[in-house]
Design a protein around this ligand. Sequence first.
Ligand code: HEC
Length: 174
Amino acid sequence: MTRGRMNVAVLAAALIGSTLSGCAPSSEPETEADVASAGSEGAYRTELTTAELMAHVLDHAADGVWLNQGWVVDDKGERELFPTTDEGWLAAENSAATVAETANLLLLPGRRVDEEHWTDHAHALHKASLEAMKAAEARDKQAFFDAGGAMYVACRDCHQEYILGEEPMNGPQR
Ligand code: HEC
């Protein structure tokens, strides 16, 4: 808490400084110290645990991609799950965008695991969801499907390493 109050003080000082020097208020940090204080852990609000972010944000957003892609064969014959309207494609694109930005939320100080692999998994998820976004915008079903698959691999790889332990589980259990 003390830390949070300190950051407010630093921010207030920075604002007063820019007003006094006659500059238009700007969100651009001016010195390295400003960059450091703006980027410090206390600047972020990470009350949501990683598990909560997964369950309430990421899983939901990923479903907005996965439930809108692929082909199913059932007693009614073969059907596509891809959107059939502009609104549907826009919703799929929105979900992919949410996944892409949520990948960044996994890298916030206070939430990220300070290991290169963690960052790599988050970046893999970010890349795949940007591809899904682009494919949805282009209404490219195959590319959208492939990007959804790459998203899944990114989720799975991180879970294998950080939830299930270092031993990858490749068997039919998954
Ligand atoms: C960078 C690593 C990482 C990536 C990428 C990742 N996860 Fe997770 N996920 C975790 C960790 C760590 C946990 C366990 C959190 C805990 O229990 O404290 C978790 C837990 C979960 C949970 C269980 C939450 C609960 O209620 O306990 C779900 C659901 C989930 N992730 C979904 C996803 C989906 C869907 C994706 C991909 C779209 C994904 N995750 C990508 C690290 C990751």
